[in-house]
Design a protein around this ligand. Structure first.
Ligand code: SF4
Ligand code: MG
Length: 324
């Protein structure tokens, strides 16, 4: 079936000042990234901080404009739409952020925070809005008493529930959740993840889930994309990626995940060297400075992102015909 989101050769470059004389340089945050998100699935992007996963989420929800490439949403190319053309689509894609406290106005009552998107996007009476807010609070496990209170009176988990209720208010089809449970205690994390899964079923939501935490990602994902230094290096379904990762970076990243069965215990792969700067990324394969399998060609030739098995995509010369 037709994907809800299709990203094609996406690039995002930020100008930065560097050095003593503020010489102009460019931070290549997202570099030729392509992937799709199917309706109703949870697609996760994983990778270390600074790999471009948050920027990718913000590009898809149109909070940032791509430097190059295409973003298709429900069969429409959206990356070049102006604000007017974008308005009806904005409702359909909502974001949930890591720190709900920072995104909630401390002087507004919870009911007004949750009702604000309705005020902006929907024409309804105050009474209708109030009814809708009550429903939304209940859907996320809160009630109308909570609505009369202020963000500072809430725990982190409750605040994230408010952030989710607010995102749901305009009935989106896509929710981009950027590290939504990273700021929460582990015991609260699974409650919020379970809530997200219940809501997905109830409202036929599609999720783009962004996280550096592989145990969280394992809990929630259908398919996973792995990013390294702005590039998408591997995409596959969760089982394939956890059991048989192909890209040397994915293998290293996932080697740190504890496995319940000790017989399956794999050796932890520790990468040499530091993460290079995205302002001055390595030539050829961006991972070549740290890759345990680096070949001569990797230093100059950019590996293509290719489907090497059904629905399994890898960008690595090891899996190109003739190099095996
Ligand atoms: Fe390693 Fe070469 Fe594959 Fe890059 S292309 S991941 S350097 S083997
Ligand atoms: Mg981030």
């Amino acid at each position: 079936s037709k994907p809800l989101v299709e990203v094609k050769h996406l690039h995002k470059v930020f100008p930065v000042k560097r050095g003593l004389f503020g010489k102009k340089a460019y931070l290549r945050a997202v570099n030729d990234v392509s992937f799709t998100i199917q309706k109703g699935e949870t697609f996760s992007i994983v990778g270390e901080s600074g790999c471009g996963k948050s920027t990718t989420g913000r590009l898809i929800t149109n909070l940032l404009t791509p430097s190059e490439g295409e973003i298709w949403f429900n069969g429409q190319e959206i990356s070049k739409l102006n604000a007017n053309q974008m308005r009806p689509l904005r409702k359909q894609m909502q974001m949930v952020f890591q720190d709900p406290y920072a995104s909630l106005n401390p002087r507004m009552k919870i009911k007004d925070i949750v009702g604000e998107p309705l005020l902006i996007h929907e024409s309804m009476s105050a009474a209708e809005r109030e009814k809708e807010v009550h429903k939304l609070l209940e859907v996320v496990g809160l009630n109308s008493f909570h609505g009369e209170r202020y963000p500072h009176e809430f725990s982190g988990g409750q605040r994230q529930r408010v952030g989710i209720a607010r995102a749901l208010a305009v009935k989106p089809s896509l929710i981009v959740a950027d590290e939504p449970v990273s700021a929460l205690d582990v015991s609260i994390q699974s409650q919020v993840l379970n809530l997200l899964q219940d809501l997905q079923e109830e409202f036929a939501l599609t999720y783009l889930f962004i996280s550096h935490d592989l145990s969280v990602v394992e809990h929630i994902s259908d398919r996973i994309g792995v990013m390294y230094l702005g590039s998408m290096v591997e995409v596959a379904d969760k089982e394939t990626l956890y059991d048989k990762p192909l890209h040397p970076y994915t293998q290293a990243l996932f080697s740190s995940v504890p496995v319940p069965d000790p017989r399956l215990k794999r050796e932890r792969i520790v990468l040499k060297g530091d993460l290079p700067s995205p302002v001055d990324p390595p030539s050829g394969c961006r991972f070549h400075t740290r890759c345990p399998s680096c070949m001569e060609m990797c230093k100059t030739k950019v590996p293509e992102f290719k489907e090497v098995a059904p629905n399994h995509y890898v960008a690595c010369h090891l899996y190109e015909k003739g190099n095996e």
